[in-house]
Design a protein around this ligand. Structure first.
Ligand code: CUA
Length: 322
């Protein structure tokens, strides 16, 4: 059971070295706020009742003299508490935003609407997924191709805006093997809510094997489904975009008035030359995957799209990540 399939949780899993300390500070702030909220509200009610005006003819109360001990107490006690908050928060901030030496460095590019990741050692790429080894500090070097995005992994308690025109960095050290949510948390256009993915924390040996690109034997349609998610296709072709269920083998009306049958060749061409033959009613916004997919991967994805056209029972296109 990982963070990904637990449904609603009050707090995300704690899966990095800073997650525990961040939560500690968070609960301290909540406890202080709750304590003073209750205390002040109770005192307001108590004094309002105790010193209420009892009749129309009651004389006003006598003037009170300032008690400096009281003034000093409610000045310095809150000051001490907020100074604790300041030191605690600032030291945690420095820890979270100053990467240690010897990090594993990974490149990340945000663009509408996907996260593109490349691992430096082997050049392996992934989209809307981030594979990392457990127990090792990881530093992301991040850039944006278009607008501001924000890279957020709740289980790690880290978040960093990615601003066009400059490099941003983010580091973390995962402490638990598992799969965790990855979100874009800066509104970046009409598919912003689809700019989601997952972080896969693996044992170091498994990570090395993954980096080397070792794959297991599986039917092409199954491999294709994995690639469909891996390359971020499901971001747009999931529930809300042009769905790919029952597309294979059907005639497709094109924007220029022509019509083509969605066979294997058409599907392959649409992935590689994505802005060439646009189906009526859609914009040419899909990125080209030329040079990013091998012919083998293309065949697997086409096999997956074919499998979506199975007559009965119709299979739904699953959203990328749940
Ligand atoms: Cu990218 Cu929101």
């Amino acid at each position: 059971m990982t963070d990904m399939d637990k449904g609603f949780q009050l707090m995300p899993d704690q899966a990095s070295t800073v997650a525990g300390p961040v939560d500690g500070l968070y609960f301290f702030l909540c406890a202080v706020s709750a304590f003073f909220t209750v205390l002040i509200a109770a005192l307001i009610i108590y004094f309002a009742i105790k010193y209420r005006r009892r009749s129309e003819h009651e004389p006003p109360p006598p003037k009170t003299r300032t008690d400096y001990r009281l003034e000093l107490t409610w000045t310095f006690v809150p000051l001490a508490i907020v100074m604790v908050m300041f030191w605690w928060g600032a030291s945690l901030y420095y820890r979270e935003y100053r990467p240690p030496q010897n990090t594993l460095d990974i490149d990340v590019i945000g663009k509408q609407w996907m996260w593109m990741v490349q691992h430096r050692s082997t050049g392996r790429r992934e989209i809307n997924e981030l594979h990392v080894p457990v127990g090792r500090p990881v530093k992301l070097l991040m850039a944006s191709q278009d607008v501001i995005h924000s890279f957020y992994i709740p289980a790690f308690r880290v978040k960093q805006d990615v601003i066009p025109g400059r490099y941003m960095t983010l580091w973390f050290e995962p402490t638990r093997v598992g799969e965790y949510h990855l979100f874009c948390t800066e509104y970046c256009g009409n598919q912003h809510s689809g700019m989601i993915g997952r972080v896969v924390v693996m044992e170091p040996a498994k990570y090395e094997a993954w980096l080397a690109g070792t794959t297991v034997d599986e039917p092409p349609a199954i491999a294709g489904e994995r690639l469909f998610n891996h390359f971020g296709c499901a971001t747009c072709h999931g529930q809300r975009g042009p769905t790919l269920a029952n597309v294979y083998g059907q005639p497709r009306p094109l924007a220029d008035g022509a019509s083509v049958v969605a066979d294997e060749a058409y599907l392959r061409e649409s992935i590689l030359y994505s802005t060439e033959k646009i189906v009526q009613g859609f914009q040419p916004i899909m990125p080209s995957y030329r040079g990013q997919m091998s012919e083998e991967q293309l065949m697997q994805i086409v096999a997956y799209i074919k499998s979506l056209a199975a007559p009965v029972p119709a299979r739904e296109v699953r959203p990328a990540y749940e």
